[in-house]
Design a protein around this ligand. Structure first.
Ligand SMILES: [Fe+2]
Ligand SMILES: [Fe+2]
Length: 333
């Protein structure tokens, strides 16, 4: 692989390589293929004699989901379906040049990709079978998102691969968990179960990435803290932000407004994730000096800063009008 990494990025990569044995010891954060759930367990069995009844029952329940939640579910599903982009990015860490390397980082990346792939598959099949969404428009959105690619803030610093995934796995855990809870209240028990299952996976993934970044902070607190600060100087970019259905150039923002208004994923959640990571990685007590000490100070104030912004942001979002979404045949959400 041609490398154009800056000197500090190269050093970061070497530290990540030095953590290989820890990665190997933590591969059990992946479920075993024999025991882990698969999408078909949560969908009607179309091979059964009673497939008509199963489908009818499934679709009746899916009728209870509000349009707002349907839009959020589509946005979440599109984000999950763009998984190939994220796997390409993380190969920066895994350095799997052949594609089947037996080394721990490469094993983790492939195992993680395989688990994530089920999320997109299950939500895709679920939505298709409900008959409530415009699948072609959703497919165009997924196609565009993968083709557009993805460059999270702070790349190509390899530490940011871990910081970013620690953040995003927690964010998706919260978001799927909330969708599951709300649709459950609306009467949709199948989807509620599906979302809780997916949130459970995100929780294991979060634990792995957070633990590995903790090791980095132990070995290289200055580098870790500076990378973390660099990443959150601006809002952490969401992986789905380049989604496009061919109609609405601000599709991601409009989806994010619905998620915020429905309290599925809000600025409060963003603030709470930052606060959680700062405290889990024990940022405040790391012995650092110079630039890193300033970054340490900055990081410790961020949760509070976002919490104080939250009210204004929430008020602003509440005033946003409902928008048409092609995903639900231009009904508004
Ligand atoms: Fe996922
Ligand atoms: Fe995940």
């Amino acid at each position: 692989m041609a490398t154009t990494l800056r000197k500090e990025d190269q050093e970061h990569l070497e530290i990540l390589r030095s953590l290989e044995s820890e990665v190997g010891e933590n591969l059990n954060f992946l479920g075993s293929v024999d025991k882990i759930w698969q999408p078909s367990e949560y969908l009607p069995d179309l091979t059964g004699e009673d497939w008509r009844e199963q489908m009818q029952d499934f679709r009746d329940q899916a009728q209870t989901i509000s349009d707002d939640l349907l839009v959020i579910l589509v946005g979440d599903m599109v984000t999950e379906e763009a998984l190939p982009s994220y796997a390409i990015q993380l190969n920066l860490i895994a350095e799997d040049e052949e594609g089947n390397s037996p080394r721990p980082w490469a094993k983790w990346l492939r195992g993680w990709t395989a688990e994530e792939n089920r999320h997109g598959d299950l939500l895709n099949a679920y939505l298709r079978l409900t008959g409530r969404v415009d699948m072609r428009s959703i497919e165009v959105t997924i196609h565009n998102l993968i083709a557009n690619g993805f460059n999270p803030e702070g790349y190509p610093d390899p530490y940011n691969g871990l910081i970013y995934t620690s953040f995003q796995e927690r964010a998706t855990k919260i978001s799927h968990g909330n969708v599951g809870r709300i649709v459950g209240q609306q009467g949709e028990k199948n989807l509620s179960k599906i979302c809780q299952k997916i949130a459970g996976d995100e929780s294991r993934h979060e634990a792995f990435y957070t633990r590995m970044m903790h090791k980095v902070m132990d070995v290289d607190p200055e580098g870790g803290i500076l990378s973390f600060r660099n990443m959150i100087r601006t809002l952490i970019a969401m992986p789905g932000r380049l989604m496009y259905d061919g109609h609405d150039p601000d599709l991601f923002d409009h989806f994010a407004v619905v998620a915020q208004k429905s309290e599925v994923y809000t600025i409060h959640d963003y603030a709470s994730i930052l606060t959680h990571l700062v405290s889990t990685w024990d940022v405040a007590n790391r012995k650092v000096s110079g630039k890193a000490a300033k970054a340490q100070d900055y990081l410790c104030k961020q949760g509070e800063r976002y919490s104080s912004l939250a009210e204004a942001v929430t008020e602003h979002l509440e005033t946003q009008p409902k928008r048409k979404f092609s995903w639900i045949y231009n009904r508004k959400a």
